[in-house]
Design a protein around this ligand. Structure first.
Ligand SMILES: [Zn+2]
Ligand SMILES: [Zn+2]
Length: 142
């Protein structure tokens, strides 16, 4: 669990187009790009906040809208390229997150037969709904 600064962060470099990989989607707070390293499904995308948030543990209830939007962008993207298919979205929680910049994985199912991919993306993903539920519990009563 390296303590890499945002400066060295590969996802921040992609966000800033300082990497040979560029985002295919970008708005004020979110960017998204293809996960080309692992061919774990017909399409595998990563949707990230532009802000260098390290992982799901650093989110709080003020981020609920952001978290919802991450998945909305993902669904929209996959529906455009692979309409009427099944998708899966989820986060890796520490210590399983390989990159210290919050990213939502988005897949067109099925995930490849490679056993490592099946385990990593089948069992160890925390869903957006689980995260939202957790954040909603932190919300102070009005
Ligand atoms: Zn970063
Ligand atoms: Zn991950």
């Amino acid at each position: 669990m390296g303590n890499k600064s945002a400066k060295e962060c590969i996802f921040c470099q992609i966000r800033d187009s300082k990497n040979n990989q560029a985002p295919f989607y970008e708005d004020d707070e979110i960017f998204a790009f293809e996960d080309i390293n692992i061919s774990s499904s017909r399409r595998h995308i990563l949707i990230c906040p532009k802000q260098h948030i390290k992982n799901v543990n650093q989110l709080n209830y003020l981020d609920i809208e952001l978290v919802k939007r991450l998945e909305q962008v993902g669904i929209q993207t996959l529906q455009e390229s692979h309409p009427n298919q099944q998708y899966r979205f989820g986060y890796h929680s520490p210590p399983l997150n390989s990159i210290d910049h919050l990213h939502l994985h988005g897949f067109v199912l099925p995930i490849s037969n490679c056993i490592n991919n099946k385990i990593l993306y089948g069992y160890f993903l925390t869903s957006n709904q689980q995260i939202i539920k957790k954040l909603e519990k932190q919300q102070p009563m009005l």
